[in-house]
Design a protein around this ligand. Sequence first.
Ligand code: FES
Length: 348
Amino acid sequence: MPDLHFLPDDRIVGVRAGTTILKAAIDAGLPHAHVCGGHARCSTCRVVIVDGLDRCGARNAKEQSIAARLNCGPEIRLACQTDVSGDVTLRRLVLDPEDVELTDLRRSSGRRRVGEEKHVAVLFADIRGFTAFAETHLAYDVIHILRRLFRDMARVVDEHGGVVTTFMGDGFMALFGAGDAGDAAPDQAVHAGVRILEVADAAEPWLDDLVGQRLEINVGIHYGDAVVGTIRDLSSNDVVTAIGDTVNMASRIEAANKATGTRLLISSETLAAVREPVTLGRSFRVALPGKLGEHELFEVVAGSQSGPPPSRATLPSSGRGVSKAVLAAAAVALIGALLVLMLVAIVR
Ligand code: FES
């Protein structure tokens, strides 16, 4: 049976061949950070092999990918992906007791999570031209307006099953699907987005009275994978947050509203996952900052939860705001008119 010599603890643990270093450490009761739960999605379990690198199994594809991304030398290994066939001496690299304690939260239940990869819908809402607005109005007025607008919009998010994770001065980020929404997350996010714009429209007379100006709200939504976890604030409240490309993408989509002259844009991934009816406007192929290639974005102009439930979202036929439903209605009307003309001709 091979021996694993753990440093700096100076503990020797016997392991069966093929056992990963992480499993050996956990089985032996050694504190070993493993934030992603051993799925090769973080780097907290990494170790440096001091002796016996040739007795470690070769890197698998997942470990190779992380090693390339972090520019790790061959002696740096992910403990959760590395098994051994003989004696090995290694040193854990993430030794901070707080890191290990936070990792151990993974075992706790409920909402207090270290991190979990989920399919979520991320919504960004932002006030366009806020900097200029803030510069030309009294700070207390600006704060008052933000508090009222964002309170009402956060309420909308909550009513649609989402959670506002971050307020960023002139905008906020909301997450749908962080709990158990499952496939409903895209519908929840899109209909929340529509409702947020309605809230903004309804606030116009109030804003006009208060500061003689309206504020334009833009919304962007993307649906994809993100690591969802909780961060504990100083009041010991757990705040849900999400990290990943899906979050960045949603932020870029929201910003694209400025160039496209729209108010609510969603990605093609979001549209593909939406099951309840929404009315689409224009579609665009745009390059997004920091993202390769062009991305297809769709303008949502209305939700139609009260209408008859079609099998999927209404797609624009030409990217110019004409829906399939409208074309179908026109075709039915045309056929009806032709039949009437034929009957008149026969009667004569
Ligand atoms: S625990 Fe995350 S990569 Fe090993």
